[in-house]
Design a protein around this ligand. Sequence first.
Ligand SMILES: Nc1ncnc2c1ncn2[C@@H]1O[C@H](COP(=O)(O)OP(=O)(O)OP(=O)(O)O)[C@@H](O)[C@H]1O
Length: 320
Amino acid sequence: MLAIETDKLVKQYKNGVKALDGLNLKVNRGEIFSLLGPNGAGKSSLINILTTFYKPTSGKVTILGKDLCIDPSWIRTQIACVAQHISIDEHLSLMENMMFQSRMYKVDKQVARERINSLINSFGLVSYLKYPTSSYSGGVKRRLDIAMNMVSLPRILFLDEPTVGMDAMSRKSMWEMLLKIRDEYKTTIFLTTHYLEEADQLSNNICIMKQGRELAHGTSSNLRGIIRQNMIHIVLTNKKEVVKYKNMLDSTGLIKFSKTRDNSIFVGVEDSRIGFKAINKWLIDNNVNFSAIEIVEPTLEDVFLALTDSNNNRGEVLIC
Ligand SMILES: Nc1ncnc2c1ncn2[C@@H]1O[C@H](COP(=O)(O)OP(=O)(O)OP(=O)(O)O)[C@@H](O)[C@H]1O
C-alpha cells in the first residue's frame, strides 16, 4: 500500500489561481520523497492539502489507504507536519517542550517519558538538555521541532524546507536525523526543498513540479538520465595552459562550445563518446600535459534547470 496517492488533484483559490492542476503523485511507504519546484510551483498548497489544512477543489487524495475527504480526522492522527516556522516554546526547556507535545497528542505519561528519552538520544540532543532553548542555534531548534513531532510516532512526517537557511554542518546533522527517522522509526518522509543536493543525497524518489503539475518523477539517478549532456571535462596543470588550450580547442572544429573554471576546460560536443575519443587524441597529438579527462554526468540541478526552464515547457510528464 502507498503512503500517499493523489489523482488528478486540483486546487484553485478564490482569486482564480490554480495552484495544483491535475497533479498525480505516488509516495511509497517508508521512503524519503522530495518535492522540488520553482517558487509558486504549488508545493505549499500541496502540503496544506495533504496535511488536511486545505480542501482540494477536485481530484482524489489517498493517505495510508484512506480518502482524505472522508477520513481527515483519522489521517491527522497518523501524520505530523513541521512547517518552516519553528514552533518550539522558548520559555520552556527542551524536556518541557517534548512533554507538552506528548500531552497534546495524549501519549501516556510513562510511554512518553521513555519515547522522549529515546528520541533525545537518537537525535543527538542530550548535550542541549542543560541549556535554555532560547540559546539554541537555528539548526538545533529545528531538530528539536522535528523531535517533538516524532513524539506521537507519526507514520508520515511532512517537512517544509527543513534545512532552509542552515549552514553546511547543521544541514548534515539534519540529514542524519532524517535518515534515522526513515530507517529506525520507519516513518515516511515527504519534504519540500530548494536544495537540489539535499534531494539528491536523501531521497528515494523525487518529483519535480511546476505550475501545479508534475514534470518528472523517479529516483535521482533516473532523473539524471532524462537529459543528455554531452560535456567533457579536461583538467590541466595551470591557468595559463587553460587559456592557451581553450583557444586552440575552439578552432579545432571538434567542439560546439567551451568554458573554463580554475584549472579546467569544459567542452560541449555532439556525442560524448565520440567527442571523448577525438579530444583525447588531440590532447596527446599536441603533447598537452593534462592530468585528467572525463565525460561529465549531468547533475540533478542540470535536470531541474532543463525541466523548469520556461522556454522548455513540454507539457508531458516524465516517469523514470
Ligand atoms: N491562499 C492563497 N490564495 C490565493 N493564491 C494563493 C494562495 N496560496 C498560494 N497561492 C498561489 O498559488 C500558487 C502556488 O503557490 P504555493 O505557495 O503553493 O507555491 P510554492 O511552490 O510553495 O512556492 P514557494 O516555493 O515560493 O513557497 C502561487 O501562484 C501563489 O501565489
